[in-house]
Design a protein around this ligand. Structure first.
Ligand code: PGA
Length: 249
C-alpha cells in the first residue's frame, strides 16, 4: 500500500451553484495545512473544469464516467474526456449509482477497464447493503475487476463503503473501527485470492460512510485504511478542515 493517505471529497449532487462551489474551495484553500494526504475534490461534473482551473492546489475527480470514449450516448461523459481536462480520478460504482441508476457490476467493470485504458485512476466503491452480508463484497470485487491485470491493480483505489453506514441511510451512525477493519481484511483476502498477496497489498483501500473529524483517525491509524471517502462532511468547510487535520492524530 502507498504511504500517501487519500482523502476523497464526494460532493454528490451539491452545491446548487458554482458560486457556492467557489465558496467551499476558497474556505478550504485558506484552512487546509499541507500534510501527507492527497486531497481529491469530486464536485458535480458540470462544475469540474471551472473549479479545476481556478483552484490549482487541489486534485480533482469526477463522480462517474461512461465506458465508451465518445459517441451517441446522450447525457454521458467519458474517462477520455475527463483525462483530456487533466482530471486524474473518478469515483466508480458508488452505491447511490447502483441503487438509483441501476448500475450493475458488469457496468462497473466496463467503467474500470475504460479508466485504466485512459489512465484515469478509478476509486471503486464496494460495500454490503446490510450488516453481515459480506458475500456481496466478494461478488462486487470479482465482477468489477474482471480482466484487470495484476500490474494494473495498484492504479485502482478501492473504497469500502458499507451502504448501511453512509450518512443518508444511517442517521449519521458510522461503522465501528472493528466493522470497517473486518471489511478491509475481506477485501485484501479477496484480492489475494484473485491476484496474489503482493499485488493485493499494493492497493490502497479507503473507508467511507459517515466519516467525520472525530472518527477519521480511528479508520486511518487503528484500522490502517489508506484514506477515507467523505460525503456529507466534505460540504462543511470548518468540519472538513478539522477532518483533514485529524488524519495523523
Ligand atoms: P457520507 O457519504 O460521508 O455522507 O456518509 C459517503 C459516501 O456516500 O461516499
Amino acid at each position: 500500500m502507498e504511504n500517501k493517505k487519500y482523502i476523497i471529497a464526494n460532493w454528490k449532487m451539491n452545491p446548487a451553484s458554482i458560486k457556492e462551489g467557489f465558496g467551499l474551495l476558497s474556505g478550504l484553500s485558506k484552512g487546509i495545512k499541507k500534510n501527507n494526504a492527497e486531497l481529491v475534490i469530486c464536485p458535480p461534473g458540470v462544475f469540474l473544469n471551472t473549479l479545476k482551473n481556478k483552484f490549482k492546489k487541489f486534485n480533482f475527480g469526477a463522480q462517474n464516467i461512461f465506458w465508451e470514449d465518445k459517441g451517441a450516448y446522450t447525457g454521458e461523459n467519458s474517462a477520455l474526456m475527463i483525462k483530456n481536462l487533466g482530471v486524474e480520478y473518478t469515483i466508480i460504482g458508488h452505491s447511490e449509482r447502483r441503487e438509483h441508476f441501476g448500475e450493475s457490476d458488469e457496468a462497473v467493470n466496463l467503467k474500470i477497464i475504460s479508466c485504466l485504458k485512459n489512465k484515469v485512476r478509478p476509486i471503486l466503491c464496494v460495500g454490503e447493503k446490510e450488516k453481515n452480508r459480506e458475500t456481496e463484497i466478494k461478488e462486487q470485487l470479482d465482477k468489477a475487476l474482471r480482466d484487470v491485470k495484476k500490474t494494473q491493480l495498484k492504479n485502482i483505489l478501492i473504497a469500502y463503503e458499507p451502504v448501511w453506514a453512509i450518512s443518508g441511510n444511517s442517521n449519521g451512525v458510522s461503522a465501528t473501527v472493528e466493522d470497517a477493519f473486518r471489511g478491509l481484511l475481506l477485501i485484501r483476502k479477496t484480492l489475494t485470492r484473485k491476484f496474489n498477496r503482493r499485488t493485493a497489498n499494493s492497493v490502497s483501500i479507503l473507508y467511507g460512510g459517515s466519516v467525520n473529524s472525530g472518527n477519521v483517525s480511528g479508520f486511518i491509524n487503528e484500522a490502517e485504511f489508506g484514506g477515507v471517502l467523505v460525503g456529507g462532511r466534505s460540504l462543511d468547510v470548518k468540519e472538513f478542515i478539522k477532518l483533514v487535520g485529524n488524519i495523523n492524530k
